[in-house]
Design a binder for this molecule. Structure first.
Ligand SMILES: [Zn+2]
Length: 96
């Protein structure tokens, strides 16, 4: 299925900061990763964040340094803003 709804993309982005903080339980992490597998945009975002933060240290590992989290959060915020302001994809406009 290629119906990547922007709603779930936004949900994913909203959760990313918790994901980075390691606040999400493993199943939720897996859900995010599962979505990213089908969604290029989100996988790019995660890939990029992962590169910056060494993301998703599983439970029990040391938390990320605050400076790294701050950078990641800012990045997410910017991405979310871009996501919100993005016009509907061409050819996907709702017909009335
Ligand atoms: Zn997505």
């Amino acid at each position: 299925m290629t119906r990547a709804s922007s709603t779930s993309c936004r949900l994913l982005l909203e959760r990313l900061s918790a994901y980075i903080d390691g606040d999400l339980p493993a199943p939720a992490c897996r859900r995010i990763e599962g979505h990213a597998r089908h969604c290029r945009r989100c996988s790019t975002v995660i890939e990029e964040l992962r590169r910056t933060t060494g993301l998703c240290r599983r439970a029990g590992e040391a938390p990320l340094p605050a400076s790294v989290r701050k950078v990641a959060r800012e990045r997410i915020r910017r991405l979310m803003k871009a996501e919100t302001n993005r016009p509907p994809a061409p050819g996907r406009r709702k017909r009335r």
